[in-house]
Design a protein. Sequence first.
Length: 290
Amino acid sequence: MKKRIIVLGALFAILSLTKTNAQILSDKTMGALGKGVSGFTFSDADAAALAKQSIAELDANNPVADPKDGYSIRLDRLFGKHTTSEGVTLNYKVYLVKDINAFACADGSVRVFAGLMNIMDDNQLLAVIGHEIGHVVNHDTRDAIKAAYKKEALLDAASSQSGKVETFTKSQLGQIGSAMIDSKHSRKQESEADSFSYDFMKKNGYDVNAVESAFRILQNLSEGAEASFMTKMMSSHPDSGKRADTAKKKATKDGLYHVYEQQKIDNTAPVTETKKATTTTKKKSTAKKK
């Protein structure tokens, strides 16, 4: 059985893995980073390369929804048209876990949890995804994986001078991925991602009031039965109520504000014609026997 993780990262693991090696970046790059060398430049390409390998380990050790699963179909319907944003190429998957979360990585990977899709309608979900895209476009995810690597300090002091290509075990990649997701964005970064989400909704013709509504949902959860978990999860973020108020003010200023009413949430896969025909045939067959 694949391990279930609770992510306390972008919006709002530790994996037991085998020791297969994967080459990522040169030791001069990562070794210098790990030791905090002054003036070291950690590029978007460096971040994307490391994030791509780390997210692969997270995907391999979590229940990822099949393309024919209702959750995947819904996410593809909503997000499929937004696989590129501000020059960034995005990919997306659903983790079939009940936790309420979503996160993005420096390589453009966006992962949405089934628990979040169970409580937010299409517009609210797009507002959350817009927030995650904002973190990628604003380079916050690059900074997060840089911090994750420095936190793990996987290479020794000598490695930065060895001139060889470093390799990481899968367990090390899992550690980097976990640390990356658990990295806390600054409140300024969160606020900027919120603004990106609002602008994303407005630019694409979605109801901008869903941004406020999504934050109201998180606010209500933080005051209800899920309060303990939500308080921990949102500790690095601006208050959900204040974020909702900010989104409301923007919508009011733009002359777009109205009280948002949540729409129907449907994560089921549509019934195909083949299935319908099979069901009908079975019913007729049963009738004859009688």
